[in-house]
Design a binder for this molecule. Sequence first.
Ligand code: EPZ
Length: 429
Amino acid sequence: MEQYIINGGKPLRGIVDIYGAKNAALAIIPAAVLTEEPVIINNLPDVSDINILLDAIAQIGATVERINRHKVRIVGAGVHTHQVDFDYISKIRASYYLLGVLLGRFHEAEVAMPGGCSIGARPIDQHIKGFEALGAQVTISNGTIQAKAEKLEGNHIYFDVVSVGATINIMLAAVMAEGNTIIENPAKEPHVVDLANMLNSMGARIRGAGTDVIRIRGVQKLHKTEYTVIPDQIEAGTFMFAAAITKGEVTVTNVIPKHLESITSKLVDIGCDVEEFDEAVIVHGCEELQATQVKTLPYPGFPTDMQPQISVALALARGTSTVTESLFENRFKYVAELARMGARIKVENNTAIISGVKGLSGAHIAAPDLRAGAALVLAALSADGTSTVDDIHYIQRGYEEFDEKLRALGADIRKVQVEENKKGEIKAV
Ligand code: EPZ
């Protein structure tokens, strides 16, 4: 397995370019097989979740041609099955978007139950409610979800909770349904809007993505397109917090500053200075961060995917902060790791109470999930001494060249191959 070795204490300085949004691309790749015509996708991040999904659509018969590391050409004409039950696909959450796509295209789909980062129970009742409203019968058995419809008909759907996944899945299933679909209380995340824009470029008629009501007028067919994925809001936010946590100064380029507003606003609250440009932001760290209160919320609120990163900053801030996680019940697993680096954090129900300390010290830690893993790397970069970070495969699910990009900013971070011996001790190989 691979591990990072980090010698902390160096402020990060320089410029970092942000890649395409993983969570937008995870919706846009399956959308490409809603048509038989070629679809070219630019600005794809080269991360493991994306590569697994590309393999999955190839396995069901799509032609997938990697034009270069960040550009792919997909032709869905050869898709010959509505069943996706490979073991590996269930490891990624976005596997369930194939349900919306295959149901939309063939009126029948059978997909392995989704996995993903273990950050909570992650029910799919809203997806099922939406498919049923469109006329599908949905059953779950033997670890797969089956959805089947004589025909799909538009309907009025009200989501009881704001869900990115359910909004995307119902958009995918409804674009070619007969008549009009209205989705109320949808997610408004930038990647929901990006998917709507991509589908519209294929001939779909979707209005209102990014607002409180999405209206979809069903079309009979979608056609070819070439589409560029938006920059990754969370990758950008992670590097913005890297500047704050290491007391450095980082210019984060190829971003849409509007998507970063809640992140920028919290950085300013805790004492950083943030300059905004058309496609870049510069974060100037400060000598002493200040405590604040944070609650994660659906967009445009503070993203749950940035919760561990801000908690690391607050672990180093003057005073006592609270961080309330309102989306996922299991997103504080990194707290025990941070405590081993000297952080003072107490978790009560869904709130972390953080008493800031002057500094952290290096330790042997492990990434519990994708964003928490990235946040622990930032903690190690600020810490005194050497840290080793295990289970970095989680980080590689969503951050392309994370260590390379950090090194280019002056971080002392190495990726090494290690093997675990029978006693559970780890040694470099
Ligand atoms: C997406 O997950 C992202 N994943 C997550 O990214 C992100 O944390 C999350 O949205 C919130 O922004 C992808 O886009 C692939 P939800 P998703 O459905 O769609 C509840 C990352 O690190 N809910 O918006 O699974 C649910 O339990 C990650 O990149 C229901 O109750 O999230 C949660 O409390 C991990 N019933 C809330 O809604 C449902 O049917 C939001 O979940 C669906 C969701």
